[in-house]
Design a protein around this ligand. Structure first.
Ligand SMILES: [Zn+2]
Length: 246
């Protein structure tokens, strides 16, 4: 019933979006330019897209994660990101992330997720059994109405054509926002914050891809990976839209 309600809500919001598009043109959320009617991304113009900085290659992200993680707890085998940016660079990519996270722009997540999916395909070219969006706590979902990582995972799924598992793991603790925390505090903040979901059985032997919006120190992604390995996953890679490393 809850899902049917959500589907209806998505349908109504998609229909409202289409009607709105007839009345006023789409604008780029970064530079405010009016987007052409055959726009590829509905919130981003071609010029701003071309100006986005590609993320450092996976080994560089992996070594950033190594710096911040306890070596005994390293659970991620591979870390990928599509772009790099810093939260203080405005206007920019973080405005899109902000709109996705706090203003309900689900479609931004899907469109950027499609770009991320294409990058993962090039970088890894391997098969995963499933995509796992980083779970949010039920209380946070009630506040926000949705999990932005699921929107990104939906985009990645368009390219990789593998299942998206949202019930295999769950967030067991309501954690403080990470943005103002030091690397050490981020580690403590997310340690043990994830556990088995109702469908945790399917993790056994699975090769997984965890998806999230931003990579900073990798501690959240690593905590999700630890929980997946504890429940029998064979390997865990992670991919984010942005690496906040500039
Ligand atoms: Zn623009």
């Amino acid at each position: 019933m809850k899902n049917a309600g959500l589907r209806l809500l998505r349908y109504v919001s998609d229909a409202a979006e289409s009607m709105l598009a007839l009345l006023m043109p789409w604008r780029c959320l970064i530079c405010s330019a009016v987007l052409p009617s055959d726009t590829l991304w509905h919130y981003l113009c071609q010029q701003c897209f071309d100006r986005l900085q590609p993320a450092p290659p996976p080994p560089v992200l992996g070594s950033i994660a190594d710096e911040h993680l306890d070596p005994d707890e390293r659970a991620l085998s591979h870390v990928m990101a599509r772009w790099s940016a810093h939260p203080t660079q405005r206007p920019g990519l973080f405005d899109l992330i902000y709109a996705l996270k706090y203003y309900g722009y689900w479609r931004i997540g899907v469109e950027l997720g499609i770009e991320l999916g294409a990058a993962i395909h090039l970088l890894r070219g391997r098969d995963y059994d499933a995509i796992i969006p980083v779970p949010i706590h039920p209380a946070r979902r009630r506040e926000r109405g949705y999990n932005q990582s699921e929107a990104i995972a939906e985009g990645v799924q368009h390219i990789l054509r593998i299942p998206r598992w949202t019930d295999a793991l769950r967030r067991t603790r309501y954690t403080q926002s990470q943005t103002t925390l030091s690397a050490a505090d981020r580690r403590t903040n997310t340690r043990g914050a994830f556990g088995a979901g109702t469908m945790a059985d399917r993790l056994r032997g699975a090769q997984l891809l965890i998806v999230d919006d931003v990579f900073t120190t990798g501690s959240t992604l690593n905590s999700v990976a630890l929980a997946a390995l504890e429940h029998g996953a064979a390997s865990v890679d992670a991919a984010t839209l942005v690496a906040a490393v500039q």
